[in-house]
Design a protein around this ligand. Sequence first.
Ligand SMILES: [Zn+2]
Length: 103
Amino acid sequence: MARGAGPRRLGRPGRTLRRCVMVVDGNALAGLLDGVLGAEPTTARLRCTGCGGAGLLGRTRVHRSAMGSVARCRDCDTVLLTVVETPSGRAVSLPGARNVAVV
Ligand SMILES: [Zn+2]
């Protein structure tokens, strides 16, 4: 095999890149979404496109890492909401939420 062909290696050979992901509840998103989903974003009600269930953002399961935060449905694991910090600002997406009721 020619040098440089094959899978791309990152860092030293044999070294693995570990992702540090913390799982918390949706209340952890309160500061990140302040002003985006009403005055109290954790009380926003989302309907899941995966299972049709509805619930409060504060009751979702949130995976947090250096890349951002992902809120998942507690019933079917569908990604309801993502928050990512980009060079141009905070990007919020609702890929798995059919509708959002802001109280
Ligand atoms: Zn669901």
